[in-house]
Design a binder for this molecule. Structure first.
Ligand SMILES: [Zn+2]
Length: 480
């Protein structure tokens, strides 16, 4: 057997410079996908992966030596809020700064949320979000459509979104009454229509009425510190809503996905649903795996005010186990940063603190360091929950989320041993604090490719705003 492997391509290799765009060869990296782990070369032409094999004999315009490095697919964060209007202000990362920070951390594609205004159409919200995103993103992006007012008019728009816009996931809120929340009647109606059109319903599953009651109770008693944000959203509010959502998804047969699930009670509701052969898809976020509610007792507790709130140590254990049990399919961020000055809008009242925290840049490195390096999850599982499952669940696979012939050349070259410390003074997110200030991380993103172009190298982003493309997604059925 010769020392070189025959080149395997989808269309036959054309000689370099014979068209197809610039070519790039990544040599000797340890390639990790959700199911593979092997050392090989990757040949890229234009935006796509053309060949994978040992000692590829091919001329390329450029070569990167990845010996000793891991090579995994570009990360996909399916839960971010960039440039999101909120209380007269906006989340502090726009599409340029947010997708750039994501690229620095190895995330090449994000899915943001369009919010319908109650009383207005889905289309008008899409137009508004496009006006902020178009031409500004550096990394690739897509949208979920958050339906906050489901009625006969909204119903007519669903088919268009799925068929024409490539937006196939519809977010709902069971909380934030009067602003974003829909009732169960609307939920059932939406599920029936979305199922009929080939989409999926996703949910912020917490009991909005219970939470409203508890917020008002604490405020009327003069309990106004960030700790009461946490105490107004006890585990039962999430467990109850998760069970109710699972029941409605089961009844309608609509594919269902719970975003940012945080706790044992809610995961048990999903686990119980498996006993009747249902598969409710679950996302958690990196913060719920790593940090806990004791932070709310600090003077700067507003930094971690988010909904649902951080939970207990036992919930972290539940979520890590849930990943390994295959119940938790995705690790996202719910990235929604606000500058400290914006957080101070609620310095005298926890209910006025803008919800959200910055994480888009560090999801992959934190999950690797705390998950893989510390032995909680395997390398393949890491890729599965951070890259592959989000692509499969949301209709982007195998274009995104894996390293395969014909896939987009979205790749991360990663040093598994390099140690570094997370800090607001070195991060690239447009926010003046870090929720993980001083955290020591093992493993560092070194080089990132997005559709064949080097995006990150030598700690610099060399792509400009406008490179990021809107990714139209396929119909989805809840199976992965
Ligand atoms: Zn969110």
């Amino acid at each position: 057997m010769s020392s070189s492997t025959k080149i395997n391509t989808d269309s036959g290799l054309t000689p370099p410079s014979a068209g197809g765009g610039a070519s790039l060869l990544i040599k000797n990296g340890r390639i990790i996908t959700a199911s593979e782990d092997h050392i090989a070369d990757i040949f890229i032409e234009g935006e796509k992966i053309k060949a994978i094999g040992r000692d590829l004999q091919v001329e390329a315009d450029n070569t990167i030596d990845a010996a000793g490095m891991l090579v995994f697919p570009g990360g996909i964060d399916p839960h971010v809020h960039l440039d999101m209007p909120f209380m007269g202000t906006y989340s502090s990362d726009n599409y340029e700064t947010g997708t750039r920070a994501a690229l620095f951390g190895g995330t090449t594609t994000v899915i943001d949320f369009i919010l319908q205004k109650q009383g207005a159409s889905l289309q008008s919200a899409l137009d508004e979000w496009r006006s902020r995103a178009n031409g500004n993103a550096i990394g690739d992006y897509s949208f979920h459509m958050a339906v906050t007012d489901f009625n006969e008019n909204t119903k007519k728009e669903i088919k268009h979104f799925v068929e024409e816009e490539g937006i196939t996931s519809f977010k709902t809120f069971m909380a934030y009454k009067g602003a974003l929340m829909i009732d169960d009647r609307q939920m059932i109606g939406l599920m029936e229509e979305v199922k009929a059109q080939g989409g999926m319903v996703t949910v912020h599953a917490t009991n909005g009425d219970m939470i409203d009651y508890l917020i008002e109770k604490h405020r009327s008693e003069g309990k106004l510190s960030p700790l009461y944000h946490y105490l107004a959203q006890p585990e039962v509010t999430e467990a109850e809503a998760s069970e109710r959502f699972a029941d409605m998804a089961h009844y309608t047969g609509c594919p269902g996905y719970i975003v940012h699930l945080t706790c044992e009670g809610a995961l048990n509701a999903v686990r119980n649903a498996t006993r009747r052969n249902q598969n409710v898809l679950v996302e958690t976020c990196i913060q719920y795996l790593l940090i806990d509610a004791s932070l709310y007792e600090r003077e700067d507790g507003a930094k971690w005010v988010m909904s649902p709130p951080l939970r207990e140590k036992k919930d972290q254990e539940t979520l890590w186990a849930g990943i390994n049990q295959g119940l938790v399919k995705v690790v996202a961020t719910d990235h929604c940063p606000f500058q400290w000055e914006q957080k101070l809008m609620g310095k005298d009242d926890f209910s006025k603190i803008p919800n959200g925290h910055p994480a888009i840049e560090h999801r992959m490195e934190l999950l690797y360091s705390e998950g893989v390096h510390k032995g909680k999850i395997t390398l393949n599982k890491f890729v599965e929950v951070a890259c592959t499952n989000p692509a499969k669940i949301f209709g982007m696979f195998p274009k995104k989320g894996t390293i395969g012939i014909g896939s987009d050349a979205d790749l991360v070259i990663f040093d598994p041993y390099e140690k570094h410390t997370i800090s607001a003074s070195t991060h690239h997110m447009n926010v003046d604090y870090s929720a993980y200030e001083g955290w020591e991380v093992t493993g560092k993103v070194k080089t990132v490719l997005l559709r064949g172009k080097v995006a990150i190298t030598d700690n610099k982003c060399i792509l400009d705003k406008g490179y990021g493309q809107f990714i139209k997604r396929s119909k989805v059925d809840g199976k992965i």
